[in-house]
Design a protein around this ligand. Structure first.
Ligand code: FRU
Length: 538
């Protein structure tokens, strides 16, 4: 094994941070130069990058090179898994949710590989273990029998290989008989300019627990597309497979890249879809695809689209479009609408349950909003996943309702004494059902120092979600939702320590939001015509 002799000359696998294989070169990034052998010291060395350069031609056989690179990647992964072991115990923190998925420490972002496979649900998420920053991402793997109780399995994918050295980025899963396959984007940075390379990669498991990387299946970019091309969603269509990727055209317009395959290994580029939406942001991320009531839908995260509200100032949006697929595998997209009109909902993924429901979760956070109170505690953690919602398409309308299994969380009924307008729930973990009329308002997570407010402005028939009186340090503080046709408004609110998720009028709209308040903020108060219906502490 020629590569292993190089690794030994570089001070052994413990001294290797990563291995890269751009163009004709092999680059070995090391930790400590004093461990280099005298032979390695003679090698071309980039001090700034701590990288030694070798020539790929030294291994003549391409297959041998590929398998040696995979072997080295496995060894690096073993090292990475050992060193993150100390990051897997949850840091105690007053903002830690009691039933939502949050990272033990470090930064969580997108949900990945959400699927039902061989009798259980699998869910992965993007994780940077060492700090609350966006850096080389890992995948955490969780499993569940009921979508409520999630068990930590492992960290199956680490940024260990030449094709994903700077992040095992987002992607989806496929259940293929006894195989659980995950498709993801390998993110690589080359040189001092940190030039980005993206490749679409596969890993698979036969026991649903241990994953083996198969390497990249798409190494080239589609023509006219920048290296911002990622987040594969793979699904069966007629007699072949399709892959959707979020992509950025070279003129900085977001689009959907479509590939097709007969065998999930060899992929042909079909084209870019989405021109009918015009100039619709500078990048689209994290596509999903599913059918509801015979209508195909595609989910996208368009960045930089115009916002319809002056209070929505962040570039990141989430949304869903109707999709029409023609015989040439080209999509026509129409009728964009937001999936969530709160503050924190991005990169959603969905699965189909065995009984046919479409269930979705998302990252309850946004790319640029890391500075929040939970990063202060111990080693710090940030972000969480949203609760699960069921999607329906009924009478031409998209409806989103809380997962019915959430009822299992109900512990104790909330009884609000008659004529009370302020009530201490002594908890921030509850489900509240409430009917409000225009002109009323309700405050949640209230203490002497702050609260989060939902108010219904009569004149404009607009619902406002206002988190300006909370401990949020970054991000927008006001969201508005016009509800011109509702005489009264029903809210089903799920609260969990540092979040509120508000389902409006039996699924007409949802607002998801992180809300940081102090420990004592367990009160709720209301003014105007507010009827508290069946509600529960969790
Ligand atoms: C969305 C995203 C994805 C990417 C991942 C990296 O939040 O930027 O496009 O794959 O996060 O963590």
């Amino acid at each position: 094994m020629l590569l292993f002799s190089i690794i030994n000359a570089c001070g052994g696998i413990h001294n290797v941070l990563r291995i890269l294989a751009p163009d004709t070169r092999i680059l070995v990034e090391i930790k400590d130069t004093s461990l280099l052998s005298s032979q390695a010291k003679k090698q071309n060395y980039n001090k700034a990058l701590k990288q030694l350069t070798y020539d790929k031609a030294m291994i003549k056989d391409n297959e041998q090179l590929a398998s040696e690179l995979l072997e080295v990647g496995k060894k690096i992964a073993e090292q990475q898994k050992l060193s993150i072991a100390s990051c897997t115990s949850p840091v105690e923190c007053e903002y830690r949710p009691s039933w939502h998925i949050s990272p033990p420490q470090g930064l969580l972002n997108d949900p990945n590989g959400f699927i039902y496979h061989q009798g259980q649900y699998h869910l992965f998420y993007q994780w940077y273990p060492y700090d609350c920053v966006h850096k080389d991402k890992y995948w955490v793997h969780l499993t569940s029998k009921d979508l409520i109780q999630w068990d930590w399995q492992s960290v199956p994918l680490t940024p260990s290989d030449w094709f994903d050295s700077h992040g095992v980025f987002s992607g989806h899963a496929l259940s293929q008989n006894d195989q659980l396959m995950v498709f993801y984007t390998g993110n690589v940075r080359i040189g001092e300019q940190r030039d980005r390379q993206t490749m679409q990669c596969v890993a698979s498991s036969t026991d649903g627990i241990h994953f083996t990387k198969q390497g990249p299946v798409i190494t080239e970019l589609p023509p006219g597309v920048t290296p911002h091309c990622r987040d594969p969603k793979v699904f069966r269509h007629d007699d072949h497979w399709l892959m959707l990727l979020g992509a950025q055209r070279e003129d900085e317009v977001g689009r959907l890249a479509v590939y097709r395959s007969e065998d999930l290994k060899s992929w042909d580029f079909v084209g870019l879809s989405g021109d009918e939406l015009g100039d619709f942001g500078y990048m689209w991320e994290c596509p999903d695809f599913f059918t509801l009531n015979n209508q195909d839908f595609i989910v996208i995260g368009p960045q930089g689209i115009k916002s319809s509200s002056k209070y929505h100032t962040v570039p990141h949006h989430n949304g869903i479009v109707k999709a029409q697929l023609d015989a040439q595998d080209k999509f026509t997209l129409s009728e964009f609408q937001h999936l969530d009109v709160g503050f924190d909902f991005y990169a959603p993924q969905s699965l189909q349950t065995p009984d046919g429901r479409r269930v979705m979760t998302a990252w309850m956070g946004l790319p640029d909003e890391i500075n929040q109170p939970s990063i202060d505690s111990g080693d710090g953690w940030v972000h969480q996943l949203t609760t699960f919602r069921e999607l329906y398409f009924e009478q031409g309308k998209l409806l989103q309702r809380p997962l019915s299994e959430l009822k299992a969380l109900r512990r104790e009924q909330i009884i609000v004494p008659k004529d009370t307008h302020c009530f201490d729930l002594q908890s921030k973990s509850f489900e509240l059902n409430v009917l409000l009329t225009w002109g009323s308002r309700i405050r949640l997570h209230e203490s002497s120092t702050g609260y989060c407010e939902i108010r219904l402005e009569e004149q404009s028939r607009t619902l406002y979600l206002d988190r300006s009186n909370t401990l949020m340090r970054e991000g927008d503080t006001l969201r508005e939702l016009a509800l011109p046709n509702s005489a009264s408004i029903h809210l089903q609110i799920f609260s969990d320590t540092s979040s509120l998720e508000i389902f409006i009028n039996d699924g007409e709209a949802v607002m998801s939001s992180r809300v940081f308040t102090d420990k004592t903020a367990t009160k709720m108060s209301f003014t105007g015509d507010v009827e508290i219906q069946n509600s529960w502490l969790f």
